[in-house]
Design a protein around this ligand. Structure first.
Ligand SMILES: [Fe+2]
Length: 377
């Protein structure tokens, strides 16, 4: 039977230049036919972020199964694998695993007495004061927020980056708006719904570059730090959440778990969309350690590496390029983790309870880089 699934591109609000994201209706992830999935699959690689409405009834199992279907050869391991359990990892405190579906985690804010076999769960929405080098003054905390950390969901050590991440909004506190400030001297700011998830397109990030920078991005490879989330655990972020400030706080090799050189990742700076062939500038700005240039040289100096990456990425996180999703309960968002960067946003009050489920699975293969340019071209 033909699929009834309807896909509607998200209309960019006034002043916005976003050209990604789509709303999906007439779909039920508990009962997804092959035809339905085929449409979702095409839509994901075309629109990068899909918002499926009214999926509150979806079980953790259905969430896991649809996530896995985007990379059927992927083993069942969670996108961050065992690294998540390392107590010093910066990711550790923010995630709780669902006992009967361990690839699905609960995230959010506030106290939840019981959910899917978890009891007395105290959730904590990441707040920029725990991660940024500077902070919004306490008196403004209810009204002003920042991008917490722009990232790709990926271990970046050993395991391949997940293809897709899914997020289900189970409980969303009553809406209010905050002002998101960049606090980087640009004066940029934007209104955002409380607890939005912000997305930017890696394809737009690439398209915004000069021809010279595009050439650089196509031919440069990014080396990530070994055990990146432990390595960076004492370092602090820029006020834009787009990478770290360089204060020499990263852990020395002696303070990390043993490093397997074969697990260290050197990935293309641009990742190729498997359906459209478009290039996305995909760099996890906090985890980057070295740049390997086309001429074979390696940029070793960490501060310089970060400056080079920041200059390429910063234009694409300006307000006109950000999609800040206004969550409603039952929204099931699927995003192409290899084609967007995303960030947690917002500061909740103690009594504002937010409950989400998240799933991603380590990829079966590494992302593909640009096709080699033929000498005849
Ligand atoms: Fe994430």
């Amino acid at each position: 039977m033909a699929s009834q699934v309807t896909i509607t591109p998200i209309a960019a609000p006034q002043g916005s230049r976003i050209d990604f994201g789509a709303t999906v209706t007439n779909v039920d992830i508990e009962n997804l036919s092959d035809a339905d999935f085929q449409l979702l699959h095409e839509a994901l690689f075309t629109h990068q972020v899909l918002v499926l409405k009214n999926q509150s009834h979806a079980t953790p199992r259905a969430q896991y199964e649809v996530t896995q279907r985007f990379d059927p050869s992927a083993s069942a391991s969670y996108g961050h694998g065992a690294t998540l359990d390392a107590k010093r990892s910066i990711l550790h405190p923010d995630l709780k695993t669902i006992p009967h579906q361990p690839q699905v985690q609960v995230i959010g804010h506030g106290f939840v007495p019981e959910y899917e076999g978890l009891r007395d769960v105290q959730l904590r929405h990441p707040h920029h004061r725990t991660f940024h080098a500077t902070t919004v003054p306490e008196a403004e905390d209810r009204d002003v927020t920042r991008f917490y950390r722009w990232h790709i969901d990926a271990a970046l050590y050993g395991l391949a980056p997940p293809v897709a991440t899914t997020l289900l909004a189970v409980k969303v506190p009553a809406g209010r708006t905050q002002t998101l400030r960049y606090d980087d001297g640009s004066g940029e700011e934007m209104p955002v719904p409380l607890g939005t998830t912000a997305f930017v397109s890696g394809e737009a990030m690439y398209d915004l570059l000069s021809e010279e920078d595009k050439q650089f991005a196509r031919t440069t490879r990014v080396e990530y730090a070994a055990h990146p989330y432990i390595w960076m655990s004492s370092a602090k972020s820029r006020p834009t959440g787009l990478g770290l400030v360089s204060e020499g706080k990263e852990l020395d090799a002696a303070d990390l778990p043993p490093v397997d050189p074969a697990a260290v990742q050197v990935l293309p700076m641009c990742w190729r969309n498997p359906l459209t062939g478009k290039l996305a500038l995909q760099v996890h700005p906090s985890a980057v350690r070295r740049l390997h240039l086309a001429d074979g040289s390696v940029v070793e100096d960490l501060e310089r590496v970060r400056e080079m990456v920041y200059r390429l990425q910063r234009p694409a996180i300006s307000p006109a390029h950000v999609y800040a999703h206004d969550w409603e309960e039952g929204d099931f968002v699927i995003f192409h983790n290899r084609g967007v960067l995303h960030s947690v946003v917002g500061a909740f009050a103690e009594d504002e309870v937010r409950l989400f489920r998240q799933c991603n699975i380590a990829g079966s293969e590494m992302p593909q880089g640009p096709l080699p340019v033929s000498a005849a071209a």
